[in-house]
Design a protein around this ligand. Sequence first.
Ligand code: MN
Length: 288
Amino acid sequence: MNTKKVRSISKAGSSHWVGDGFPVQNFFPSTGIDNDINPFLMLDYAGPAHFDPSQKPHGVGEHPHRGFETVTIAYKGSVEHKDSAGNQGTIHPGDVQWMTAGSGVVHEEMHEREFSKKGGEFEMIQLWVNLPKAHKMTSPRYQTLLNSDIPKVNLDQNGSVARIIAGRLNETIGPANTFTPVSLIDLNLAAGSRIELPVETGFNTAFLFVNGSVKIGDASVYDQARLILMDTAGDTIVLEAIKDSSLLLMAGRPINEPVASYGPFVMNTKEEIFQAIQDFQSGKMGRI
Ligand code: MN
């Protein structure tokens, strides 16, 4: 066993609203760790926030994406999605939407109508996963991963549990289909647990620490959301939960290709970005 070390611990680099529905803390790219977290491009943590009842759902209206995937994990509250290809879906707490924007979609992301009417606690994560050059113009695709379809692994007798969304933990494989090797694992650790987590050597690896109190090696995190970036070397992460704690593990094989990005478009060259803007403006990505 070769224990991975913590490279850095960051607080959010910016806080802002996405539309009027998502009060987010951004953990990258605003913290400047872009290349160390490749193939992941962006991480927004929304909430936890309380929304009062509203007849008109909050959210973010029609906007495009091209060249990567958006992964939305619902923890509290529900989100409705609708897009230019006529797709529509809702995710509830525990569910995940894995959307491949590929060649381009125009979509809106809104609080679910029923949730909006009642109001309540809202907490979500959106993670952007890059696509390799060979698949940037692939057809758009949706994977709705329901909580009931996401396997749970008991980590010990204490009640610590991992939910395998993508990738694997020992023999358990997550349901998400990915274009390059990616692991996405929700961890709920019980106070007093000491977990040895096997991970791939050479993948870029980080945690979003959501809440609780955890020790990783010499480092401690508690109370506030933090991004914990790990060294690429090592094959095991040792976590000690001081309190009941929630973390999201992200790990992926780096995509070593040029990145050109502009807002909702992430391509390999500037020319491809101009093309994306033109295709969106001329309606080639469709309308809702
Ligand atoms: Mn979007």
